[in-house]
Design a protein around this ligand. Sequence first.
Ligand code: FES
Ligand code: FES
Length: 168
Amino acid sequence: MQLKKITFKINSKEITIEVDVRESLLDVLRNKLHMTGVKKGCSVGECGACTVLIDNVAFDTCIYLAVWADGKEIRTIEGEAKEGKLSKVQQSFLDEAAVQCGFCTPGFVMSTTEMLESGKVFSKEQIKKELSGHMCRCTGYHNIMLAAEKALQPAKEHGSECTGKCHK
Ligand code: FES
Ligand code: FES
């Protein structure tokens, strides 16, 4: 086993940790940092349950080596609510009842958050395409799409200047 010390930010907090060079970021997040909101579904990059933001881009952490995270900034679902207030995307999933067992939810929320913060406007079809790498075995996707559409609605349509970054 070859170990390597890496330093990265996780939900704004800098940490240094020793990892096996063959270890996935998913295993490090779940087993060493107890970020169990990052789910282990397929382990082969097919289900999206393990999605986090790395430097604000969504990645499947099951196929991302932990050593690659050195020097990066990682966001997991655990860091999305601020001062007890859900993020805009989390609130949309709650409002639209887009959660059943919840296993897939963190992944959907993180990818939708990446889309929201991109500042782009997405059509229904584009949202479907962007989220097509995520699987849900409970909801049939209908409410998930409603939640994503709600979160990604252009600000002027719901009378707010909020881009989602401020979590208002
Ligand atoms: S667990 Fe990573 S994509 Fe399924
Ligand atoms: S809510 Fe259960 S897998 Fe999506």
